[in-house]
Design a protein around this ligand. Structure first.
Ligand SMILES: NC(=O)c1ccc[n+]([C@@H]2O[C@H](COP(=O)([O-])OP(=O)(O)OC[C@H]3O[C@@H](n4cnc5c(N)ncnc54)[C@H](O)[C@@H]3O)[C@@H](O)[C@H]2O)c1
Ligand SMILES: N/C(=C\C=C\C=O)C(=O)O
Length: 487
């Protein structure tokens, strides 16, 4: 383990300044298991300072025109893009994801989040109606809500943080963001660019630390009227309880147990590689990842054989290896949790076709204490097994057969989550029918994770409350008022 002096030490960013903290948390490099970074262990005191800064900055920032705010967001996007390689290296080291994914997805999408909201903020219009018989004109106006509390998870650190910061500040709010304590580095790096981009002090404050300590201080603060949260369902429950006495606006983007439904007329040449990717991208640590694959009986054996063969080609490697498809999981505790699901599946009599406990993973000596595991395929498993019902959030997917359209819809809908589904078929009528009946906020057909940022993103049932996207985020981060003029 490196000595304390060599560790990267992060600081909170409050009122445009880096502020040291009097207590720190260790942060681990998932590819080695070594502590490599110290993250501020903030609490109520830091939230008070951030609230003061955000409150003071609000009148000036909210009074700027959308065009002026848009220019600032564009400059920030440009600066992030100029640091793309540095940010990608940092994200890959901090999270365990491959450098290739960080370079091609996480950081480009973070840049795009600022560009997208810089543009979309210029195009909103409000409503107006007439009541000539009583001589009235009605119209709506929107205003920023105030100080937005933003809480993000560890799987797509900068990507999901910027997906909240960009629409919040574009709409004229000031923000206090709390990234995951497990992956705080790229948020801290972004803070170094804010002044150059022209973000005034206090508009973006980033406070680091754990959920129970600093997260709850943020959620419970009476001067933070809105919380946008992405993370797990149990944490969302706690946030809902804490914010209820203040009637806060809440956006909750939570987990999934996402089905892929593969009909006999699917194009398997496209379906198999895409379903391997949808199951194992980012180590299966994407809320949209497929974890239940339903395959029509007539093609079940063929699919299974080809799918397992393709999964074995999904290379696990150290995150800095550009040829790796998958890196390390986020933490030792998470790795153990994911492995425990495979043990449970075995105990229930399911078959593990490849991956954990079946194939051998070879790693360089330096990485043997890292949190790696092979992509794992489970079959002969019942729908009521915990592996088919609970979110595992790791590189584990279950494959089961089905007979009919009605049956598979009912089984796909039989879990508490409703985030994302994929449907594979060449019958357009069936695609429409099935997509409409699935209890899922997002349905991708014959593809996966093609994002259109204008349209609503989010889940139903236990996968969340509210939607994010151009119009949805704008509506969430603003308060609407209806004005009536009698003339
Ligand atoms: N729907 C989506 O868009 C989406 C995207 C990414 C991840 N997720 C979900 O996130 C989960 C994985 O992320 P995670 O393990 O970081 O989730 P988590 O709920 O443990 O943590 C998310 C964030 O909440 C904070 N937090 C934890 N306890 C808190 C509390 N009591 N009060 C306030 N904040 C608290 C954490 O510190 C972190 O910043 C999975 O369930 C995954 O599906 C959903
Ligand atoms: N919010 C988005 C993705 C969430 C992924 C979860 O892990 C997005 O693409 O906007």
């Amino acid at each position: 383990m490196a000595g304390t002096k060599a560790l990267l030490t992060l600081e909170n960013f409050i009122n445009g300044e880096f502020v040291p903290c009097n207590s720190y948390l260790d942060s681990y490099d998932p590819s080695t298991g070594d502590v490599y970074c110290r993250v501020p262990n903030s609490g109520k005191e830091e939230i008070e300072a951030a609230v003061e800064a955000a409150r003071a900055a609000f009148p000036g920032w909210s009074a700027r025109s959308p065009q002026e705010r848009s220019q600032v967001l564009h400059r920030l996007a440009d600066l992030l893009e100029q640091s793309l390689e540095e940010l990608a290296q940092a994200e890959s080291r901090d999270q365990g994801k491959t450098i290739t994914l960080a370079r091609t997805m996480d950081i480009p999408r973070s840049v795009q989040n600022f560009r997208f909201f810089a543009s979309s903020i210029l195009h909103h219009t409000s409503e107006c109606t007439q009541m000539d018989h009583v001589g009235c004109l009605h119209y709506t106006v929107r205003a920023p809500v105030g100080i937005a509390g933003l809480i993000s998870p560890w799987n797509l650190p900068l990507y999901l943080l910027t997906w909240k910061v960009a629409p919040a500040i574009a709409a004229g709010n000031t923000v206090i963001a709390k990234p995951s304590e497990l992956t705080s580095v790229t948020a801290w790096m972004m803070c170094k660019l804010l002044e150059r981009a022209g973000v005034p002090p206090g508009v973006v404050n980033i406070v680091f630390g754990t959920g129970p300590r600093v997260g709850e201080a943020l959620v419970s603060h009476p001067e933070v009227p809105l919380i946008s949260f992405t993370g797990s369902q149990p944490t969302a429950e706690r946030i809902t309880q804490l914010s209820a006495p203040h009637c806060k606006k809440l956006s909750l983007e939570l987990g999934g147990k996402n089905p892929a439904i593969i009909f006999e007329d699917a194009n398997l040449e496209e379906c198999i590689p895409t379903t391997v990717k949808s199951s194992f991208a980012n180590q299966g640590e994407i809320c949209l990842c497929t974890s239940r694959i339903f395959v029509q009986k007539s093609i079940y054996s063929e699919f299974l054989e080809k799918f397992v063969e393709a999964t074995r080609m999904w290379k696990v490697g150290i995150p800095s290896d550009p040829s790796a498809s998958m890196g390390a999981l986020i933490s030792k505790a998470h790795l153990e949790k994911v492995r425990s699901y495979i043990t449970k599946a075995r105990t229930e009599g399911a078959r593990i076709l490849c991956g954990e406990g079946v194939d051998t993973l070879s790693l360089p000596p330096r990485n043997q204490a890292g949190y790696f595991m092979l992509p794992t395929v489970i079959t002969d498993i019942k729908d009521d097994s915990c592996c088919m019902k609970e979110e595992i959030f790791g590189p584990v997917t279950c494959v089961v057969p089905f007979d009919s359209e009605e049956e598979v819809i009912q089984r796909a809908n039989s879990v508490k989550y409703g985030l994302a589904a994929t449907v594979w078929s060449s019958n357009v009528g069936r695609i429409h029918r099935v997509a409409k009946k699935l209890q899922s906020g997002l349905v991708w057909t014959n593809c996966w994770l093609i994002r259109e940022l204008n349209l609503p993103f989010g889940g139903m049932k236990s996968s969340g409350v509210g939607r994010e996207g151009a119009k949805d985020s704008y509506e969430f981060f603003t308060e609407i008022k209806t004005i009536t003029i009698k003339h």
